[in-house]
Design a protein around this ligand. Structure first.
Ligand code: ARG
Length: 597
């Protein structure tokens, strides 16, 4: 469906052209004086310069031509030369009914030329527990992916595990110390390795920090870990088999955690998958004359003349021949181009990695690893801070593990629901439902709390505020949806059919109703814009506005006691549309609403 604003612009543009002015002056925008009008066109102000007359002479003519046009209930020419517009109520109701009939899309058409877009997010490091630092990447990435999918692109999410660094060597070293008898350490062994891992996830999570601690104090231990890392990377069989176990055990655990977050990935590739592509890539970079030796390391210059800051060369191999984070990312690009040939790749990490991605992107473009037209984008997010303004920590100052954070908020929500129950009529909520509801609200609180901020900004993770049922919060949005569900349930309980109300919207009966319709009408434009700017916060701002408009309507209108049947049907139809749009939006944000709360 066309955007309402475009339909209006077309109509006004036609009027400009009919009056002999250039079509470029007919652009209409949302009003910035909602007290005076709903839309405005300032084209006459600009046109006056070209046609050398007073602006109002133009705006007067346009207003006269448009008066009586069925699209508008008001077209006013206001000195010095503005056009103030209000949309006709019946026209708007028709647009609402069209949105409702456009099932699943609600007026938001799919793109005509879908792109293949890869999105690299999550980025957990294997064997280390997920912590809140990884929370933002997962939450933002999942939403950006869902928005892209909704718009119609093929989105391929890749978790890109950190599974290739020193942490692997550390684990192997510690394991060897504890269980030297394991067959993985016997270099003479040529048979098959056991299928079962020689450790559990709990052990693995304890082994890593222990090993990491020891390596900081014990030089010999660190040497051993580095050597093990190197041997692993050179392909030592037993170590490769251990790596496979570590991966398996971690990935099982990670999947469980991501599932709790309603986050899922199309691909579970990792840094280790890119390693086979390195030798060939390095050879090509050398042959192409891109890579040269500098202080022993192999580098590619990526500085550009227009740089205002110095951009250091991209290091491909260290002086000892070891590969780095950038090497892996470049090789991953080689792999991705080969496997999926995407038109665009989006990376979601902490904004402190900005320089890294700038170097990698430039290097990939310059050396032809990606095509000139391949879009490479880094979305760098800010830090999640505690109320003290410092990076979020547990109460005792440690790094907060993600599952504990979720659990803590869940417990709080459950308590709230059970308390609420005592004071409310829905006493019949089972424990099971209460738990399920608490999980949904907790997730909405966390995700909305994060996504409602522009990604690049730091924000304060304020559990109290995020879990409030009032204000700009996830729970408030859920509460609004639940309120609509409850009204619809009561309507049905009177024996009337909701299906009969679909498409039954009428010219607004009051100003709150019209406000709600106006907000609903912007759904397609908002989604398109959120996609273009990879900006879930725009969806959040929109649903907050929509929820407020709905609640304004709800408080200002008697719905269930309305006696005029047609009007009541129109209200119920509008409720259904509001609910659908809200649900579609929260699905793009990656959470869902319970039945009641
Ligand atoms: N594992 C990395 C980290 O924890 C994030 C990976 C991001 N993706 C990438 N292709 N570099 O910082």
């Amino acid at each position: 469906m066309k955007k309402l604003l475009d339909l209006i612009s077309e109509e006004v543009t036609k009027a400009f052209v009919e009056c002999g002015y250039d079509e470029k002056y007919g652009r209409v925008t949302l009003s910035n004086r909602p007290d005076l009008c709903e839309y405005q066109c300032n084209g006459a102000m600009a046109a006056a310069k070209e046609y050398k007359c007073a602006p109002f002479m133009i705006s007067d003519k346009i207003a006269e031509l448009l008066s009586g046009n069925e699209m508008f209930s008001m077209v006013e020419s206001v000195k010095p030369g503005f056009l103030n517009l209000k949309i006709d109520d019946a026209y708007l109701a028709k647009y609402m009914n069209d949105m409702q009939a456009d099932e699943g899309r609600f007026g938001c058409s799919k793109v005509e030329n879908p792109k293949t877009i890869m999105i690299d997010y999550g980025g957990p490091n294997v064997a280390k527990p997920l912590h809140v630092g990884h929370l933002r990447s997962a939450i933002i990435g999942e939403s950006v992916k869902r928005i892209g999918k909704f718009v119609g692109h093929e989105m391929i999410g890749d978790v890109h595990l950190g599974d290739w660094g020193l942490q692997m060597g550390l684990i192997i070293t510690e394991l060897k110390l504890r269980k030297p008898e394991l067959v993985y350490f016997d270099e003479a062994y040529e048979g098959e390795y056991p299928e079962e891992a020689p450790f559990t996830i709990a052990e693995l999570e304890e082994i890593y920090p222990t090993a990491s601690g020891k390596s900081k104090e014990d030089e010999a231990y660190k040497e051993a870990a580095l050597a093990a890392t190197n041997e692993l990377q050179q392909g030592r069989r037993g170590y490769r088999a251990l790596l496979a176990h570590i991966l398996n055990v971690s990935v099982t655990d990670l999947k469980k955690n991501y599932e709790k977050l309603n986050v899922d990935f199309e691909l579970w590739k990792g840094e280790s998958d890119a390693q086979p592509y390195i030798p060939d890539m390095v050879a090509k970079l050398k042959d192409g004359g891109f890579a040269y030796e500098s202080e022993g390391a192999l580098v590619v210059d990526v500085a550009e003349e227009t740089d205002t800051k110095e951009i250091p060369p991209c290091i491909i191999l260290k002086s000892d021949g070891a590969s780095l984070y950038s090497t892996t990312d470049l090789a991953t690009l080689v792999m991705r181009m080969e496997d999926y040939n995407p038109e665009s790749i989006i990376y979601i990490t902490d904004k402190r990695q900005e320089l890294h991605f700038k170097q990698v992107f430039r290097c990939a473009k310059k050396t032809g690893i990606v095509k000139p037209e391949t879009e490479l984008t880094h979305i760098g997010f800010g830090t999640m801070n505690g109320k003290d303004g410092k990076p979020f920590k547990t109460r005792d100052g440690g790094v907060m593990r993600l599952e504990y954070l979720l659990e803590e908020i869940y417990e709080e929500m459950l308590k709230k629901i059970l308390e609420n129950q005592k004071t409310k009529e829905n006493l019949d909520i089972s424990m099971e439902e209460a738990q399920d509801t608490a999980r949904k609200i907790a997730l909405a609180a966390i995700k909305y709390g994060d996504l409602s901020n522009q990604a690049s900004k730091d924000y304060i993770f304020d559990i109290e505020r995020f879990t409030s049922f009032e204000g700009n919060t996830g729970p408030y949005i859920l509460y609004t949806i639940v309120r609509i569900k409850s009204i619809l349930g009561k309507y049905e309980a009177t024996g009337k059919s909701i299906a009969d109300c679909l498409g039954a919207m009428e010219a607004a009966h009051n100003e709150h109703e019209k406000d709600l319709m106006l907000v609903l009408s912007r759904f397609n434009a908002v989604v398109e814009n959120a996609y273009e700017e990879s900006a879930p916060h725009k969806i959040c701002a929109y649903i907050y506005e929509l929820a407020n408009a709905f609640n304004g309507f709800y408080h200002g209108t008697k719905i269930l006691s309305e006696e005029n049947e047609a009007a009541q049907k129109a209200y119920i139809g509008l409720l259904c549309l509001t609910k659908s749009v809200l649900e579609t939006c929260i699905d793009m944000l990656g959470f869902e609403a319970p039945e009641r709360m």
